[in-house]
Design a protein around this ligand. Structure first.
Ligand code: ADP
Ligand code: ZN
Ligand code: ZN
Length: 729
């Protein structure tokens, strides 16, 4: 009987593919090949690297039509069993092609079909047999032999730092005394250095997390900014390492700052593997390898690190769990937070979701006792929470968006030697460019959006696609030169602040001015000197940074955030403003936050000023429950990108007609409708929403929608995708 290899092949198809074993493989041994190994297979006209999901003795495809695999690439799987199961789950839950999901769990090097990097050395049997005095005339080679004489392998980088370079090792290799190998460290249990004495709430959280070691539990650690959540993580990790296990720590995209890394390195004298977008492919591949071999005790990374295989995982931490960057917004649209919770379940280990402003999803789970809820209500070290107040800017003269009251407070704080953080969530010079004579407005050619004025680079830029144009000198419609820039951006505020407060430096922090990890590192170390200055920036400034010198935080345009079409708008605003406020007064002096608004009486503004986030979140959750929206309901979004207007809607109408009879009463279809921004980057976007009251119906309906869509022939140039638990609708 033939053996079939069932393989996840990287392709947009939501299915596995059957192959015959390579011609030189014995069918009986082929049957016992382990799941999770990589197999090179012909696919179309290409040869690609897939992952073996299972072997089988039957196939639905006739034998004559099956191709043979080209090669079996591994003898043992390079995915841990838990990550293998996690990928299978994620492919089903997110209805995403399995090949692409498995690809997300392999480093680039492994995806390319190359062997794992062999970056450790050990003695061969011959090398082990040598006496102490061997190679006395080659002292560097002798030293290398001695370094390896402990009986286990040593990483090349560790040898190099002791002065044993690759030429020396290659000499020894030629003599048959040493050889390359993959695995290196056999880590002794590493405890963390001592931290500060824990407060009662911290200690109780740590106790309960530790008590759960070795079994799955989800902990929601809700602690106000500066309450010592990180300290709780560090203690829980320290306990995990003492048990000889690994810790996986996820942080938001821009939260993996040099400060964060330094804090971990200071505390733990153990190898840490970093995984983030600022690394080269080789560095990333190496981090994946070190996690997989168990050489790194701590894996600290952004979203995609949730798929890093770890043989002895003991705990998962998701810091700032509410952060939107945990959701991948293209291709494989998963939520790393949700995947982390599933992973902890598969690994039978605790997971800690931490935030000062937990998502309503996690709050809901805590309320229903699915998560253990720990609250840290006070700042650590007896520091006070910042005072919040609104500045009513109605009828006030504004210069570059700043009211006299905010300017006065800013001046005062600077004069007292403190730092001021001004928050403005729009980069560029101005929001739009308009002709004063005829009313022409500079729109993006490819999106239903206005172009932003960037005066420093003399450009108009679209913040929704990559479109850029030269800043016009005259109106293209009537030729007038009275062009006016409407709406404030960070460049303009920077110009004004530099003039107005010329005795103090102004640092602008947005994705135009700060483009890499190095830029941010320099900036942070400047600011840490503590000299009075103004920090002017976008959301980039609000995450993960601890600026002890900041005494005053000003929000220049709160109104821009107050009105949003998205049902998550209010939750986001409450999270954002609470996080921004949290940057104030983290040093020894209390801090203050001022919100400029035209709507001081708006209920949400009032709530923000007078009530803690947890209460606001509880209210918002009630509203969601009344409306049956997430987290009380579940959404799947089927979205199309089309070249022609209306094409997407017509196609989605068709999908709806085919799917509707098989959608049960717990789910309803809404649409098709144009998306919030109907045209973006030249594509017309439409969507069909499926809103369900229970999870099982949501999953079944989403699968029905995908099946109906796959069965229909989409017009050429129309792309579609399904987004399960979308963040934006
Ligand atoms: P969070 O992660 O909640 O923002 P951190 O863990 O960063 O809070 O703690 C804020 C500051 O308080 C840090 O400087 C930290 O070293 C300090 N800290 C944390 N826990 C304690 C404690 N128990 N006693 C004294 N200082 C503490
Ligand atoms: Zn004009
Ligand atoms: Zn555009």
């Amino acid at each position: 009987m033939p053996t079939y290899l069932r393989i996840a092949v990287p392709s947009p198809l939501r299915r596995l593919f059957d192959y015959l074993p390579p011609a030189d493989e014995d069918p009986d041994t082929a049957l016992s090949l382990p799941s999770g190994i990589r197999v090179r297979v012909p696919f179309g006209r290409r040869s690609v690297v897939g992952v073996l999901i299972a072997t089988a003795t039957r196939s639905e495809v006739p034998l004559s039509r099956l191709k043979s695999a080209d090669a079996i690439l591994d003898t043992v799987p390079l995915l841990s069993p838990a990550v293998f199961d996690l990928c299978r789950w994620a492919s089903g839950y997110y209805l995403h092609p399995p090949g692409e999901v498995f690809t997300a769990a392999l480093s680039k090097r492994l995806r390319e079909g190359r062997a794992p990097l062999q970056d450790a050395w050990r003695l061969t049997a011959r090398g082990q047999g040598l006496g102490e005095e061997a190679l006395a005339r080659a002292p560097r080679q002798q030293a290398a032999l001695r370094a390896l004489s402990g009986g286990h392998a040593v990483e090349a980088s560790a040898l190099k730092s002791q002065g044993m370079t690759s030429p020396v090792l290659r000499e020894l290799e030629k003599k048959g005394l040493v050889e390359r190998c993959e695995s290196a460290l056999q880590l002794p249990p590493a405890a963390g250095a001592d931290g500060p004495r824990l407060g009662d709430a911290q200690a109780s959280a740590v106790r309960q997390i530790i008590a759960d070691a070795g079994s799955f539990h989800c902990h929601l650690l809700e602690g106000v900014t500066g309450s010592g959540k990180t300290e709780v993580y560090l203690r829980a990790i320290s306990h995990c390492l003492q048990q000889g296990r690994q810790a996986l720590v996820l942080v938001p995209e821009i939260g993996l700052t040099p400060q964060t890394v330094a804090r971990f390195r200071e505390r733990f004298d153990t190898p840490i593997a970093l995984l983030h977008s600022g690394l080269t492919d080789a560095e990333r591949s190496q981090s994946w390898d070190r996690a997989r071999r168990g050489d790194a005790a701590i894996i600290l990374g952004t979203r995609s690190a949730v798929f890093a295989s770890c043989p002895r995982l003991g705990i998962i931490i998701v810091d700032e769990e509410h952060d939107a960057s945990y959701k991948q917004q293209d291709g494989f649209r998963y939520s790393a937070r949700d995947v982390a919770v599933k992973r902890a379940q598969l690994e039978a280990c605790p997971v800690v979701l931490g935030s000062a402003t937990p998502s309503l999803e996690s709050t809901f789970n805590a309320l229903r006792d699915r998560y253990r809820h720990h609250r840290l209500e006070q700042r650590a070290g007896g520091r006070a929470m910042p005072r919040l107040s609104a500045i009513d800017v109605r009828r006030q003269p504004l210069t570059a968006g700043l009211s006299p009251v905010l300017l006065e407070h800013t001046g005062q704080a600077l004069a007292e030697g403190r730092q001021v953080l001004l928050f403005l969530n729009r980069r560029g010079f101005a929001a739009s460019l308009q002709c004063h004579d005829c009313g022409w407005i500079a729109d993006c050619e490819h999106c239903d959006a206005r172009m932003t004025v960037h005066r420093r680079r003399r450009q108009l830029r679209c913040h929704h696609c990559s479109a850029r144009r030269r800043l016009p000198e005259a109106c293209p419609q009537c030729g007038s030169t009275s062009l006016i820039a409407n709406g404030l951006g960070t460049e303009q505020a920077e110009d004004f602040l530099q003039q107005h407060f010329d005795r103090w430096p102004v640092y602008r922090v947005d994705s135009d001015s700060v483009t890499g990890h190095a830029d941010m590192a320099t900036l942070v170390s400047d600011i840490h000197r503590g000299d009075p200055c103004i920090l002017l920036g976008t959301q980039m400034l609000t995450k993960g940074h601890h600026f002890p010198g900041v005494g005053l935080v000003g929000v220049i345009d709160s109104d821009a955030l107050l009105f949003s079409a998205d049902f998550r708008g209010e939750e986001r605003l409450a999270q954002l403003l609470t996080q921004v406020a949290g940057r104030a007064g983290r040093g020894d002096l209390p801090g203050e936050m001022l919100l400029q608004t035209h709507y001081p009486d708006h209920p949400l503004m009032q709530a923000l000023l007078t009530r803690p986030y947890a209460e606001i979140a509880a209210d918002l959750l009630l509203q969601r429950q009344e409306r049956g929206l997430p987290p009380a309901g579940h959404i799947a979004l089927l979205r199309t990108d089309a070249r022609a207007e209306g094409e997407g809607e017509t196609f989605l109408q068709d999908v709806r007609r085919h799917a509707a009879p098989r959608i049960d009463a717990a789910s309803q279809l809404i649409g098709p409708l144009p998306s919030a921004m109907p045209r973006r980057a030249g594509k017309h976007r439409s969507q069909l929403i499926c809103l369900s009251t229970d999870r099982a119906s949501a999953a079944a309906s989403a699968a029905t929608l995908v099946a109906a869509t796959e069965a229909l022939k989409a017009p050429a140039g129309l792309h579609w995708f399904i987004d399960i638990d979308p963040l934006d609708t």
